[in-house]
Design a protein around this ligand. Structure first.
Ligand code: SF4
Length: 380
């Protein structure tokens, strides 16, 4: 019998996790080992539509025996990018997950139930280079870009555990609002969009996916050039350059005018709006003049404003949630002026809901226990 190996052949990209392969890459990999494209189709579909963690997954696929042997061999790419996963269920119905990567790092994602569709909030990096002062992930600094497999693995993990209210596991929304600046890792984020929308996999629409950026103007321009692109969300957080630079250092490179001019040029599809996220911090950006300036910005292009009350955490001392009365006044002012606006409250507050909070708590606990691995969540 011919011997097959996982060694790299020709120019095919080689990854150590099967979830990193696009359908085209998997097809090439399989073809180079002498198998048919239908076998790659079955493998891709099983990984993305089934439970990639199920040890018997490949046995049910009607694959040639040599291919099955190859997939089950010790040097085969692994099926999951994570070593272990812990779940932290919240009283509000959301569940926060902590994923342990093979290099010892952790990332987070959040399942958020909504009336018609579930939303999965996922991470794109370990840590973040952007340093926003209201954010626990920003305090970690940048550690690593996540691969497409490490990003899509979060979605695949959550969708199987959280079917939507109609029992489906193939209809949901994905938002890149977890750890990291997604546009700093644009190639892997766009590959993830390809993986999630692939006709051989979950066939999600790119309109079911939203990417939130702190305002990396050249990367927004790059994303605008892609035919298949997710919704764009931009974090504003302050209405003048002085304030914005002090809480979002990215503003020193791409100030508000550069950012807004770029958003004016951004090619929107029919009925599409750019989501402007505004973290409301008491006494910092919740004055009447802030809301008037935010309104003026939002009128420069089709937009929707998301007011997000500050989720207080220990890594941003002095940054507090606004009074409810104040928040409602801001919201009403926007509505009265004809803006599309919502208030989005953080989910999972009782389980370290702020982005990066769970990971930083975990790291501190591990450090104080001198290398021990605390396990505060439920292993899943
Ligand atoms: S808010 Fe987003 S971009 Fe800013 S530091 Fe946090 S993760 Fe990074």
């Amino acid at each position: 019998m011919e011997t097959f190996t996982w060694e790299q052949i020709d120019e095919t990209s080689y990854y150590d996790c099967l979830l990193d392969y696009s359908h085209a890459e998997l097809t090439r990999l399989v073809a180079e080992r002498g198998f048919k494209s239908i076998h790659a189709d079955r493998l891709f579909a099983a990984l993305h539509r089934g439970d990639h963690d199920d040890p018997t997954l490949f046995d049910r696929l009607q694959l040639p025996k040599p291919m099955l042997a190859l997939l089950n061999s010790d040097d085969a790419p692994k099926r999951s990018p994570f070593q272990r996963i812990e779940a932290f269920p919240s009283n509000d119905g959301s569940v926060k997950y902590l994923y342990h990567l093979p290099n010892g790092a952790q990332i987070e994602s959040v399942f958020m139930p909504f009336k018609n569709r579930n939303t999965f909030c996922i991470s794109s990096q370990v840590g973040c280079a952007m340093g926003c002062t209201f954010c626990a992930t920003g305090a970690m600094g940048f550690r690593k870009h996540l691969s497409a497999g490490e990003i899509v693995g979060q979605v695949l993990h959550m969708r199987l555990r959280h079917p939507n209210p109609r029992g489906q596991t193939t209809r949901f929304n994905v938002v890149f609002m977890g750890m990291g600046e997604p546009l700093h890792n644009l190639n892997n984020v766009m590959k993830t969009v390809d993986l999630l929308t692939d006709p051989h996999g979950l066939v999600l629409s790119e309109r079911d996916i939203a990417v939130s950026t702190s305002g990396l103007v050249p990367k927004i321009e790059q994303m605008a050039s892609y035919k298949k692109r997710p919704h764009l969300m931009v974090s504003i957080a302050a209405t003048n350059d002085g304030n914005r630079s002090s809480i979002m250092p990215v503003n020193r490179a791409y100030n508000l005018e550069k950012l807004l001019a770029c958003l004016e040029r951004y090619p929107l599809r029919r009925r599409e709006r750019i989501m402007l996220s505004y973290v409301v911090i008491a006494g910092v950006n919740d004055r009447d003049e802030d809301i008037a300036a935010l309104l003026a910005m939002s009128q420069r292009f089709p937009s929707m404003i998301n007011l997000i009350p500050m989720n207080e955490h220990e890594l941003s001392p002095g940054m507090q949630e606004p009074e409810e009365k104040r928040l409602q006044r801001m919201y009403q002012t926007l509505l009265d002026a004809g803006a599309f606006a919502t208030i989005r409250r953080s989910r999972g507050r009782d389980v370290a809901g702020a982005c990066g909070q769970l990971t930083t708590q975990y790291e501190r606990k591990a450090a104080t226990q001198k290398g021990a691995t605390p396990s505060p969540g439920t292993p899943v």
